[in-house]
Write a protein that binds this ligand. Structure first.
Ligand SMILES: CC(C)(COP(=O)([O-])OP(=O)([O-])OC[C@H]1O[C@@H](n2cnc3c(N)ncnc32)[C@H](O)[C@@H]1OP(=O)([O-])[O-])[C@@H](O)C(=O)NCCC(=O)NCCSC(=O)C[C@@](C)(O)CC(=O)[O-]
Ligand SMILES: NC(=O)C1=CN([C@@H]2O[C@H](COP(=O)(O)OP(=O)(O)OC[C@H]3O[C@@H](n4cnc5c(N)ncnc54)[C@H](OP(=O)(O)O)[C@@H]3O)[C@@H](O)[C@H]2O)C=CC1
Length: 404
């Protein structure tokens, strides 16, 4: 009997729980045992799930529990494209992981058009990761007392919060009152980390000070005004993570030759679809497919995939300028990091190396901002290519050819 088989026997005997195997074997053996157990329980063959190259020890230590193997998503590359950013500066290849045929081709076409136009500009215009606990008070009088204390004592909150991190910096605390609930939206400069663990741990420390000095009692460390992983107007308006914009001006002849349509047809498609259509639908995303590029870049580079919800909070603008095409995409809340979370895993870290942004930047924060800028240019490429396909009525045929 192998080690893995004997672990399965102990699980079946009730001697061990399925999530306790790492306490009795190395992570790879534990994953093998669990896979064996699931194969027997569900009467399936998981041999491909069991073929993976990542380090099980590293993955099960920080990225997954009850690991049985790895799901593989094909990864491709789009570009190169020239990006003139605040932090990104040069020619980049963008790794994208997806199962949607035609997506990579579309982004690749958009990037090649941007390249023919001399590249895109991009800037992070605001940054800060937020965590907003909710407190209970008796009523409006205590709520006002709490808000006033917070406004006058941000330095005390900063001292407490920053005692938990050597990188994070508390930028501000914004109070919101609803009846007998007080929300405090803490915003941090998290440097090269996406920062959700960092902000949560720091905020817990600051909450202790709030509870000691005011009548407020903590109800929940996250009160949903953060807002993490839910569609929310506060992120679209105030930003979260990195607020980033990319734009480009493309000569009319390049539009006609490479995108098979005209600047005015793309501008009209953008206005009627992305602006009027999105307004009529009550959408938070005034764009065509920002989520596609954000999700594929997130999967490739080890970002938290659930934060595609905020990443899709984007507005695309297009206008004709004397026959040429001006286009921009502004992503209000792109939550990315180059350290921490899934960025450590081997394939994800390799993808960051392709971009040249793996690990901490010099100065700290510059790698994460550069990643945001390149993803924004990728999103701009996806917008241009899809809008052009719609304007020239090529969407259905493209997906017939590449996506089925
Ligand atoms: C499919 C294309 C690109 C063809 O476009 P085309 O212009 O006929 O292609 P082409 O063969 O002339 O090649 C042009 C360039 O496209 C790229 N390209 C071309 N083929 C490949 C390939 N196999 N692999 C990699 N790159 C490829 C490549 O950059 C190439 O340049 P080159 O390097 O040859 O000089 C175009 O028709 C297109 O982009 N269509 C739009 C498809 C799209 O955007 N799909 C996204 C998903 S739609 C969705 O999920 C969201 C939606 C639609 O529901 C949202 C909404 O409601 O709006
Ligand atoms: N806790 C929660 O509520 C939530 C957690 N998550 C998960 O949180 C994880 C991401 O959290 P995050 O805080 O980014 O990552 P980690 O928890 O992995 O922490 C990253 C740490 O890296 C250290 N670090 C080293 N170099 C740098 C640098 N140059 N810039 C910034 N930090 C650096 C910092 O340590 P130090 O602070 O000591 O300086 C930082 O706290 C993901 O796995 C995500 O899925 C997602 C949503 C909610």
């Amino acid at each position: 009997m192998t080690d893995a088989e004997s672990l399965v026997t102990r699980v079946r005997d009730g001697d061990l729980r399925l999530h306790e195997l790492e306490e009795h074997a190395d992570a790879e053996t534990a994953a093998t045992a669990r896979r064996l157990y699931v194969e027997q329980e569900a009467d399936v063959d998981l041999s491909v799930t069991g073929e993976y190259a990542l380090d099980a020890e590293q993955a099960s230590g920080s990225a997954i529990e009850n690991m049985i193997g790895a799901t593989q998503i094909p990864v491709g590359v789009a570009g190169p494209v020239e990006v003139a950013g605040g932090d990104a500066d040069g020619e980049y290849l963008l790794p994208l992981a997806t199962t949607e045929g035609a997506l990579l081709a579309s982004v690749n076409r958009g990037l090649s058009v941007i390249r023919s136009a001399g590249g895109a500009s991009a800037r992070v215009t605001k940054e800060g990761m937020t965590r907003a606990p909710v407190f209970r008070v008796d009523g409006v009088v205590e709520a006002a007392e709490t808000v006033e204390w917070v406004r006058e004592n941000v330095d005390a909150l900063r001292e407490a919060a920053e005692s938990t991190t050597s990188h994070g910096e508390l930028m501000d605390v914004t109070p919101y009152v609803v009846g007998d609930s007080v929300f405090l939206r803490f915003r941090y400069d998290t440097k090269d980390a996406m920062g959700m663990n960092m902000a949560t741990i720091a905020t817990e420390e600051a909450v202790g000070v709030v509870e000691a000095e005011t009548p407020a009692s903590l109800v929940a460390l996250s009160g949903n005004m953060c807002t993490d992983k839910k569609p929310a107007a506060i992120n679209a308006v105030e930003g979260r993570g990195r607020s980033v914009t990319a734009d480009v001006e493309i000569p009319g002849e390049v539009v006609e030759e490479r995108l098979h349509t005209t600047a005015s047809a793309i501008a009209e498609a953008n206005t009627r679809k992305n602006l009027v259509g999105s307004a009529k639908a009550g959408s938070l995303g005034f764009n065509a497919q920002a989520a596609n590029v954000v999700a594929a870049a997130f999967l490739a580079t080890g970002q938290d995939e659930a934060q595609v919800v905020e990443g899709a909070n984007a507005i695309t603008t297009v206008e004709e300028r004397d026959g040429d095409l001006y286009a921009s995409v502004s992503l209000a809340s792109l939550e990315v990091g180059t350290v921490g979370g899934g960025t450590k895993l081997s394939t994800q870290s390799e993808a960051l190396e392709v971009l040249g942004f793996a690990g901490g930047g010099d100065p700290p924060g510059s790698n994460a901002r550069a990643l945001a800028e390149v993803i924004a240019v990728g999103a701009l490429a996806g917008e241009l290519s899809l809008l052009a396909a719609l304007a020239s009525n090529h969407l259905a045929s493209a997906h017939e050819d590449l996506g089925r």
